[in-house]
Structure formats: structure tokens, C-alpha cells
Write a protein that binds this ligand. Structure first.
Ligand SMILES: C[S@@+](CC[C@H](N)C(=O)[O-])C[C@H]1O[C@@H](n2cnc3c(N)ncnc32)[C@H](O)[C@@H]1O
Length: 281
């Protein structure tokens, strides 16, 4: 089984953080993906690497923001969950969703083939799990509806760890496509960096050169993300803001120290927007 490369590899990086987490949640699918990847997914841990400690806090705590939005939507009767750029997301299993809920995992064929093999012996999903293999820069919505998504019923769409790999036009096209599938009451939850941090101290000025190599490799994949700040961007596409935060503030509210890397008040800190929108009924 081929290991995902490039931006696909970044899904192993976020899975690695979730696999190490035990206090905020348990993620057997992340562990299964990391175990299957072996040395390719083995990253320094937070005790050895300042950069990894900061990234690990980001990846783990942001997941709680998305989890809350999914739970709130399902509590409101939404039974379609779409994970755009799903990677090794384990929500179909980890959240204990009812079996009446369908979780659509949308990602590249390479990533989803690796995931299917990795989770084959892991705990089974509680929700119905459907995989959709597409390139999200292309016209992907027909594949999602062909897989069963009903655009007449509300859906919660997650784009976790995706928009930083898209440019302004690609981000707009993605949200246009989501909007076209979003019945009233649908939600869209996502995050992105206020500026592209490629080459900045937060990615390439750590004491350990291994961190700087990882930071340079990740930075090389970054694009601009959406063209507007979160509330304006959602409004421009016909969405109301249901929740808005940033990674540093959110980390503190879930009991983790805000790393300087995600503290916008620090001279080299980054603001990473976390936002949830809702389509008016
Ligand atoms: C950082 S990972 C995030 C994975 C998961 N959402 C998480 O938070 O762990 C980025 C994911 O985006 C997917 N991705 C990036 N660009 C994509 C594209 N154009 N089409 C489909 N998937 C894409 C990658 O394959 C990868 O799984």
C-alpha cells in the first residue's frame, strides 16, 4: 500500500498528533493510520521539539471545535456529515454518532485507499461511512451526490486542515460548491491562516534543524486561503456566522497553554481562524 505523499502526507502529521492524545479524546483510527505508516509517520514528540509541541496543540484542540459543531448539528437532527479532505479523520467512529447518520469522507483516492487498509481492523464506525475519492480542486459535487448525499436535506460540512492548501480562487470555488449543496440549516466549519507563514520564524527558525526542515516542507505546500476575513467571507457566500474563534484562544479555552506560534499578540505569532457558518432557514 502506497504511503500518501505531499499534501496527503500532512494527514499523517495531524493523525500523529491525535494518536498521541489521550486526555481530550481517544482516536483509534488515527493510531491505526500512524501504525500502518510506521517510520514515515514518526515525528518528534512535544518533549523533543518546540515546533511539534505547538503544532500538536493546534491539531488536537482544533478538532474539538469541529467536534462540537458536528455534535450540535446532529443534535439538531442533521444526519449528513461531509468531511472535506477527511484524511484519517476518525469521527465516523470516535464521536459515537447514531447509525442513522451518514459520514461522507471526501479525499484523494491515494489517501482513502491507505485509510481503508489502515482502519480495516480498527473499531468499527458507529455511523454509516461512505468514501468519495475526488480532487477537491475539480468538479467534485457530482461524485458526492452520486454517493448518496441529498442536497435537499441539511448537511454539516467540515473542511479541517484544507483551506491553507488552496489559493483564493480555489477556496471560493470550494465554498461555492458547498453552498450549492447546502439546504437551509446546513453548517460549514473550517479554519485557515490569516497569512501564509511559509518561511516565517514560526516554521523555520527553531533551534533544531529537523524542525526547520519539517516547517519548510509544510510551508512549501501553503497557499493564501480565502480572500476575506472569516465573517466577511461567509457572508459573501450567503452564510451566517454561528461560531468564530482562533486557534490560540480556543486552545486556552479547552485547557491547553497557547503556544507562541498561535498567539497573534506574539511578534512572530500566527492567527488561525476557526469558523462555523450556518445557512439561514
Ligand atoms: C492536513 S490534512 C487534514 C486531514 C484531516 N481533515 C485532519 O484534520 O486530520 C489535509 C488533507 O487534505 C487533502 N487534500 C488536500 N488537497 C486536496 C484536494 N485537492 N483534493 C482532495 N483532498 C485534498 C489531503 O489529501 C489530506 O488528507
Amino acid at each position: 500500500m502506497q504511503l500518501p505523499a505531499g499534501v496527503g502526507w500532512t494527514a499523517l502529521m495531524t493523525a500523529y498528533a491525535r494518536a498521541q492524545e489521550h486526555a481530550l479524546f481517544d482516536d483509534p483510527w488515527a493510531r491505526a493510520a500512524v501504525d500502518r505508516a510506521g517510520d514515515a509517520a514518526r515525528l518528534p514528540d512535544g518533549r523533543e521539539s518546540g515546533m511539534w509541541a505547538a503544532l500538536g496543540t493546534y491539531f488536537v484542540t482544533r478538532s474539538l471545535f469541529y467536534d462540537r459543531q458536528v455534535r450540535a448539528a446532529v443534535d439538531d437532527g442533521v444526519d449528513q456529515v461531509v468531511l472535506l479532505a477527511a484524511g484519517f479523520d476518525g469521527r465516523a467512529q470516535r464521536l459515537g454518532l447514531p447509525e442513522a447518520v451518514t459520514v461522507y469522507e471526501v479525499d484523494t483516492a491515494e489517501v482513502l485507499a491507505f485509510k481503508d487498509a489502515a482502519v480495516a481492523d480498527a473499531p468499527a464506525p458507529t455511523a454509516r461511512r461512505v468514501t468519495v475519492r475526488v480532487d477537491l480542486r475539480e468538479d467534485w459535487t457530482p461524485a458526492l451526490t452520486a454517493a448518496g448525499l441529498d442536497p435537499r436535506r441539511p448537511t454539516v460540512f467540515l473542511a479541517e486542515g484544507l483551506l491553507m492548501y488552496l489559493d483564493e480562487q480555489q477556496s471560493d470555488r470550494l465554498l461555492d460548491a458547498v453552498t450549492g449543496l447546502a439546504a437551509p440549516g446546513s453548517r460549514f466549519v473550517t479554519e485557515w491562516f490569516e497569512r501564509n507563514p511559509a518561511g516565517e520564524p514560526s516554521l523555520v527558525s527553531w533551534p533544531d534543524e529537523r524542525d526547520n526542515r519539517t516547517g519548510a516542507a509544510v510551508g512549501a505546500l501553503f497557499r493564501s486561503g480565502p480572500p476575506l476575513p472569516p465573517a466577511a467571507w461567509l457572508a459573501a457566500h450567503g452564510w451566517d456566522v454561528a461560531a468564530i474563534d482562533d486557534v490560540g484562544t480556543h486552545a486556552a479555552t479547552v485547557g491547553r497553554e497557547t503556544p507562541w506560534m498561535f498567539d497573534p499578540a506574539h511578534p512572530d505569532g500566527l492567527r488561525v481562524h476557526l469558523v462555523a457558518g450556518v445557512r439561514a432557514r
